[in-house]
Design a protein around this ligand. Structure first.
Ligand code: ATP
Ligand code: MG
Length: 420
């Protein structure tokens, strides 16, 4: 019997995993200095949570969710994104009673039944952050500068920050009407989904990736021309703060994002080296969602970054992050078996990565393994070494050699920190 992973999912194996861990560590370091704490929500939630928040006429809800009934006939969905679960948790745990802003980050797998292709999977990983309780556009700018710092820290280059404002309940109806007018004589050419969305949710047409719809939306009215006074002030201040923080950006008035819960600010970070799936992170404001989930009116903003796309970029820029052992204890003869085990274990207790040779492997094959692992020091222990209490070491990187006592190995391989 031979088993394969399901279509559209993938294993993350060494050496790639080291790139993943580097990205995750950088995110945690940087998000925490901006005051974001980790929140771990479940991977399964009630289907309703996603339908209500993401929106019934979005691609995610219409086509992409992994939904099933459990044994008690509850409708359950594997989370397709991270914002709705965090909002559910924020409201359920009454975190609106805590001082604002409350800031959280999350990381983990998301699930969407999409057509698998480069940069698009059915189980994929996101790192995201959400901030609750502040409507001040300063926080919109802080979030983008946090993303910029994160991407710089992991060494990503040639990124574009695109921003937009999609208005609020006050100005959106006017814009919807302008869109309906615009598409009224183009209706025939739209894809069946967009035809259906035309009346209920014309904004979705702008997000459609079908070629015909992409062509037909050329020349469509810009949402930024319909903003109400307050949304315009917010959008202007946001841009002003971005300039103060040296976050380079362009306004993309066609970027409405594929989820219905956004209000005002939306943004996307794209990378020139990624081909057609070029968005590495995306997000926006969702000032109504907490209230829709039963909480008090609470402005909020967040984003999610796609781990596969980030790590692909880092792989291609060949950042060397594969760790290697500090010491390899090779063995000659049976007496060295126990000694190598004891020495390596003491090194490990000190936090030093040590490897040992195993019986049945020739010295040559042990040394080959040490070399493959890019070990720093190789020490060979045999009968003579145990008798004399001295062992030869070799540093593989420069070929230097020397001798050290058996009891001095620990300090030699991992010198104690000198107190000045
Ligand atoms: P796209 O336009 O690429 O479909 P999206 O708008 O559906 O993206 P979001 O829901 O905003 O994506 O998710 C944020 C980020 O998560 C994306 O920018 C992308 O990097 C990543 N992402 C989304 N869907 C997938 C997927 N199926 N496989 C891998 N990464 C994904
Ligand atoms: Mg998508």
């Amino acid at each position: 019997m031979k088993y394969n992973a399901l279509k559209g999912v993938h294993d993350i194996l060494p050496p790639d995993i080291h790139i993943w861990q580097k990205v995750e560590d950088a995110a945690k370091d940087i998000f925490s200095v901006y005051g974001f704490q980790e929140l771990r929500a479940p991977i399964i939630e009630s289907t309703d949570i996603f339908v209500r928040s993401i929106g019934e006429t979005t691609d995610i809800v219409e086509k992409e969710m992994y939904t099933f009934s459990d044994k008690a006939d509850r409708r359950i969905t594997l989370r397709p994104e991270g914002t709705a679960p965090v909002v559910r948790s924020y409201v359920e745990n009454h975190m609106y009673n805590l001082p604002s802003p409350q800031k959280f980050f999350y990381s983990g797998p998301m699930f969407r039944y999409e057509r698998p292709q480069a940069g698009r999977f059915r189980q994929f990983y996101q790192i995201g952050a959400e901030a609750f309780g502040v409507s001040d556009p300063k926080i919109d700018a802080e979030i983008l500068s946090m993303l910029k710092l994160f991407f710089e820290r992991i060494g990503l280059k040639d990124l574009n920050f695109q921003i937009n404002s999609i208005g609020c309940d006050k100005c959106r109806p006017g814009y919807k009407k302008a869109l309906i007018d615009f598409f009224s004589d183009r209706l025939e050419g739209l894809c069946p989904d967009c035809k259906r969305r035309y009346e209920i949710n014309p904004l979705r047409i702008l997000d459609c990736k079908v070629d015909a719809c992409v062509k037909l939306k050329e020349g469509a009215p810009h949402v930024t021309d319909s903003l109400c006074g307050e949304c315009q002030i917010h959008f202007d201040a946001f841009q002003d703060f971005l300039k103060s923080l040296d976050v380079p950006f362009v306004i993309n008035p066609n970027m409405v994002r594929g989820l219905d819960y956004y209000t005002r600010t939306t943004f996307e970070v794209t990378c020139e080296h990624l081909g057609s799936q070029n968005a590495v992170a995306a997000g926006g404001r969702y000032d109504k969602l907490v209230q829709e989930f039963g909480g008090p009116p609470t402005p909020a903003i967040g984003f999610a970054a796609g781990m596969e796309r980030l790590t692909t970029l880092l792989k291609s820029s060949s950042v060397d992050v594969v760790p290697s052992p500090k010491a390899f204890i090779a063995i000659l003869g049976t007496e060295a078996e126990r000694e190598s085990l004891i020495i390596s274990n003491r090194l490990r207790e000190k936090g030093v990565w040590a490897e040992i040779g195993y019986s049945g492997n020739s010295l040559k094959s042990q040394l080959r393994r040490a070399d493959r692992l890019s070990t720093e020091y190789v020490l060979i222990i045999g009968e003579d070494e145990i008798k004399s209490g001295k062992v030869k070491w070799k540093r593989l990187s420069d070929g230097s050699q020397g001798e050290v006592t058996l009891s001095g190995i620990y300090d030699f391989v991992s010198p104690p920190h000198r107190v000045l």
